[in-house]
Design a protein around this ligand. Sequence first.
Ligand SMILES: [Zn+2]
Length: 376
Amino acid sequence: MRTVFIYTDRYADYDYGLAHPLKIVRLKLTYELIRAYGLLSLPSMRLVETREATEEELSLFHSPDYLDVLKRGSQGSPAGDAFMYGLGHGDNPIFRGLWEWSLLATGASIQSAQLVGEKEADIAFNIAGGLHHALKDRASGFCYVNDPVIVILWLLSRGKRVAYIDIDAHHGDGVQRAFYETNRVMTISLHESGNFLFPGSGFEGEMGEGEGKGFSINVPLHPFTDDEIYLWAFEEVVPPLIRGFKPDVMVTQLGVDTFYSDPLAHLCLTTNGFTKVIEKLKGLSIPWVALGGGGYEVTNVARAWTRAWAIMNEVDLNDDLPQSFEGMGRRLGFRGNTLRDSPLSIPEGKRQEARMEAERVVNYIKKSLFSEICSL
Ligand SMILES: [Zn+2]
């Protein structure tokens, strides 16, 4: 197994603002925990410094006028009509350096795709990527540049067949929309139902259009969905569809806002369920471009992505945090003393509701899609 972790300390130069839920410091925190566990000096891995994407690479997906507006805002002189592009107060603030931040987050994703696409690595992980809501000419849901779409387009241009699997709590709407009418990309998103959470889409009936019909798959889940229900739904849907589709590369968005303690969403996963999903993804044995995603409780983010990176490298980790991490971890906002969560207990009535809804959705998907896709 050859793995690559892509990172730069330059991420820490940027900040969405004090009151914004997306804390870029979570990347540094994750990097430091991974390092403290000794996971950046494994013989099978390489640590690669992030490079900036080029404007041409961003133009693979985004419109020139939108990119101009982003650049101007980043320099502190936002265009008068920036709000028309989803920019401004609230979700998508115009902060100084947002252009450079976007170039770095996207550049690391393209590096991941290059390394995996050109068979120099089996797995590449960019924890700064996975900004799945951005549209061609609009910022959305804390995302300015849609790096998953750009890397999928990059892989398609090299003749690859790509599966995109999105396990963020929010629907991967920007990616779904970009590939809704093609059968060269299969998108699968498991998320909290749009009835309860932004962006309000991703229902099971959204399956693609034209040639793309049957190649967009959505698994909307109810609040209180826990590890067991989530894993069951994942196992029922993802491996059979991926085996049927036979991709050359899988691109995954590994958002960690599905956790019970995340402040923005209402699913009830723990690090233990998340870890099992990562094991299942690894078990698919497909060249793997792994991207980050949401996650608004920074301790969860660091613990979950550290465990993910350990699984990618087939390493078992001790539950006690390394002593060398403690001071730095506290300073960066880490709370708690262990890597793993304790098992969680959900009120039985709520759990039952979540289970029934997951069963209904999974049955619907199987009835509608499986005979077609799994016999490809
Ligand atoms: Zn999210």
